[in-house]
Write a protein that binds this ligand. Structure first.
Ligand code: PXP
Length: 242
């Protein structure tokens, strides 16, 4: 059995902080905890609008975390400059629309091959592994190989949103076919988006997949698991005051 890596996406910790524009919870602390708990990689998305992760978070996490850093970013000159200065181990190019709640679809590599090839080249020549977040479609996989990417991350959103057994099977089959095709073209194969404790196993079983990037479900679980202790501690403090 081959190993599979887990990239923990800590964006939502920053989302909670930004709800109050305060200092807590600090995603740098979250990254260290995830790192110490065995995460193979810390994944974070520096969005153009800086709605959650800030430039300072990225710089500090790059310094203090010992596992790999996977920077998700839009294919823009500003982001490429940041990546070349911070030097994460890996960059994942994602599409970005300002009004979206989260990354909604895969990157259209096929429709902007020249531009993506140029960015892939700049990042790779700095020694950064370049991953493209794409829908599990043959034409996008082929375009990813043509532009010289090291890896593709197959978008598992459609699988995660599937409503019944037949749909789930159909989406799983798409992922399996895509994973096989990408591997045959010499690409490393990753997957992510919408994966939860309930739906992750069939995806983790796909032999070609080397890495999963998961955020929402892990942070949601952490909030609920930690809530009981957090309430007890506050009760203890206020009772001590009397
Ligand atoms: N992979 C990519 C490329 C993403 O954009 C995201 C969301 O930021 C994830 C994985 C993690 O998705 P989720 O938070 O749904 O687990």
């Amino acid at each position: 059995m081959s190993v599979i890596r887990l990239g923990v996406n800590i964006d939502h910790v920053a989302t909670i902080r930004e709800a109050r524009k305060t200092f807590e919870p600090d995603p740098v602390h979250a990254a260290v905890i995830a790192d110490l708990a065995g995460a193979d990689q810390i994944t974070l998305h520096l969005r153009e609008d800086r709605r959650h992760i800030q430039d300072r978070d990225l710089k500090l996490i790059r310094e203090v975390v010992h596992s790999k850093i996977n920077l998700e970013m839009a294919a823009t000159d500003e982001m490429v400059e940041i990546a070349l200065s911070v030097r994460p181990h890996q960059v994942t190019l994602v599409p970005e629309k300002r009004e979206e709640v989260t990354t909604e679809g895969g990157l259209d590599v096929k429709g902007q091959k020249e531009r993506i090839a140029e960015i892939v080249g700049r990042l790779k020549s700095a020694g950064i592994v370049v991953n493209l977040f794409i829908d599990p479609e043959k034409s996008q996989i082929e375009a990813a190989a043509e532009v010289g990417a090291d890896a593709v991350e197959l978008h598992t959103g459609e699988y995660a949103n599937a409503k019944n057994e037949a749909e789930i099977e159909k989406e799983l089959h798409r992922l399996k076919v895509a994973a096989k095709h990408a591997r045959e073209l010499g690409l490393k194969v990753y997957a992510g988006h919408g994966l939860t404790y309930k739906n992750v196993k069939p995806v983790a079983e796909i032999e070609e997949i080397e890495e999963l990037n998961i955020g929402h479900s892990i942070v949601a679980n952490a909030v609920l698991k930690g809530l009981s202790d957090a309430v007890k501690e506050m009760k203890r403090l206020i009772n001590e005051a009397r």
